[in-house]
Unconditional design. Structure first.
Length: 79
């Protein structure tokens, strides 16, 4: 079963993040707040695709659901 901390490490390994919070306690359903400068100038779907790319095949195999808030550093500062 996957832990929130493991999921956090998977995202960090594939995407440079200024801030990252991951929650979830059942091992398959998670929520995340991902703040990355890589999101600058990108639409929401493109931001999510960057996170999914960082997770690779784990999205199909280990993670059933991932709810995300994807923000640039400026958006995070103003939130």
């Amino acid at each position: 079963m996957l832990s929130s901390e493991q999921l956090k490490q998977y995202i960090l390994a594939g995407l440079a993040c200024e801030h990252l919070e991951v929650e979830g306690d059942d091992g398959t359903h998670f929520s995340a707040v991902v703040v990355s400068s890589a999101f600058e100038g990108k639409r929401l779907i493109q931001r999510h695709q960057l996170v999914y790319a960082a997770l690779g095949d784990r999205m199909r195999a280990e993670i059933h659901a991932l709810s995300m808030k994807t923000l640039t550093p400026a958006e995070w500062q103003n939130a």
